[in-house]
Ligand binder design. Structure first.
Ligand code: 7PM
Length: 293
């Protein structure tokens, strides 16, 4: 076992500071063409603005912008396409809402550009493994979320298997990526870890990873989890994607109880209530200012 290391309470994200002494919610803003209107660029920006307004009003601390579909089976997206989808949205979110924006990207060329546009966090499902990504991220001075995945989204769900318990394999992978980041000049206190639910994992792997999330918490870095609407809920409960919220709330609460500090979801308002309630129990007191008679 790794010795317990206290997780830093505050994370500098560009000109924002994220308070990680308690759990918070990251709202998902998809800007892939399959997610919103297929209209022109203006329509897409309008959709993103309306959606972001709602996420922030509902209590999201971070907005996660994704321009490359990372879903299982997805094809890679060319740089120009990803840039055109992501940059105008990041720019709008920063200028109009002064939001703390994270960007779901693995593309070294884009990492510098989104930082320049005012993004506060790099969320790379490939953990900065693309050539040049470590150096690009280091230069931004932004924090990075490192996520576990094996292979590429296009092929990762073809019979994933692990020789050791999945949480051990995930912890080893993340430990190696933390070392690679430190060697590239990205300080440990700029890193977040994510087990990558649904990425190269069977249902059994996903359930085991969540139940044993504490073994990842022992790496001593803040944990981010994303299970919202994922197939681990669909497969367990037999629910289509639009009926997975109750299952997702149960997973969010369990993740917080096991040490997760950022919960990445589509449904922000109910998740904020669920994790605030769970956190009040864990602290044995309500969050300051929220107590009602
Ligand atoms: C289809 C299936 C579309 C799955 C999109 C997805 C994570 C992430 C994603 C996560 C972090 C989604 C996923 N999942 N980033 N990006 N952690 N850090 O549900 O679990 O949005 S893409």
């Amino acid at each position: 076992m790794t010795d317990w290391v206290p997780v830093g309470a505050r994370l500098r994200c560009g000109h924002h500071t994220l308070d990680l002494s308690r759990p918070c919610v990251m709202g998902i803003l998809n800007v892939t063409p399959d997610s919103f209107s297929d209209g022109g660029r203006h329509d897409r920006l309008d959709d993103a603005r309306r959606h972001a307004e709602r996420l922030l009003r509902d209590g999201a601390a971070i907005i996660d912008v994704g321009g490359e579909s990372t879903r299982p089976g997805a094809e890679a997206v060319p740089l120009d396409v990803e840039r055109d989808r992501v940059l105008p949205v990041v720019d709008m979110l920063v200028r109009e809402f002064d939001a703390l924006v994270s960007v779901d990207t693995s593309t070294p060329e884009l990492i510098g550009e989104i930082a320049e546009a005012g993004a506060g966090l790099i969320n790379d499902v490939r953990s900065l493994t693309r050539p040049g990504a470590l150096e690009a991220a280091a230069a931004t001075e932004l924090p990075v979320c490192l996520m576990h995945m094996l292979g590429e989204p296009r092929t990762m769900q073809q019979a994933p298997s692990y020789e050791r318990p999945v949480e051990i394999a995930v912890a080893d992978f993340l430990r190696e990526r933390v070392a690679a980041c430190e060697a590239a000049g990205i300080a440990r206190d700029r890193l977040l870890l994510d087990p990558g639910f649904g990425f190269a994992k069977t249902l059994g792997h996903n359930l085991q990873l969540l139940n044993r999330l504490q073994s990842l918490a022992s790496l001593g870095l803040p944990l981010l989890v994303g299970m919202s609407r994922k197939s681990m809920i669909g497969q367990t409960l037999g629910r289509p994607v639009d009926e997975r919220l109750p299952g997702g709330l149960a997973l969010a609460v369990m993740a917080v109880e096991r040490g997760a500090r950022i919960v990445r979801v589509h449904d922000v308002a109910p998740t904020v209530d669920a994790i605030d309630m769970a956190w009040a129990v864990l602290q044995e007191r309500p969050a300051s200012g929220t107590e009602q008679s």
